[in-house]
Ligand binder design. Structure first.
Ligand code: SF4
Length: 74
């Protein structure tokens, strides 16, 4: 048994979450619009699916730049 060795980053799926602290500033959408969108309630929403691999860095950057630290990536 055992898993095939994979290139770095291939076997970790990441998800993004936005909590109630969001003030709807739009920064995350500006940095990573593929993962974050401002919804009808004027707060950010993260995609429910895993973060696309090519967006992981941007999603992390969006989390780092959120002024109220409302984004969790895990
Ligand atoms: S950057 Fe933070 S506060 Fe601004 S919209 Fe995104 S989650 Fe909300």
């Amino acid at each position: 048994m055992g898993r095939e060795p994979r290139p770095y980053g291939k076997d970790t799926s990441m998800k993004a979450f936005v909590n109630d602290d969001c003030i709807g500033c739009g920064a995350c959408e500006g940095i990573c619009g593929d993962v974050f969108t401002i919804n009808d309630d004027d707060v950010a929403e993260a995609i429910e699916d895993d973060i696309p691999e090519e967006c992981e860095e941007d999603a992390q950057e969006a989390a780092d730049n959120c002024p109220v630290s409302a984004i969790t990536i895990e």
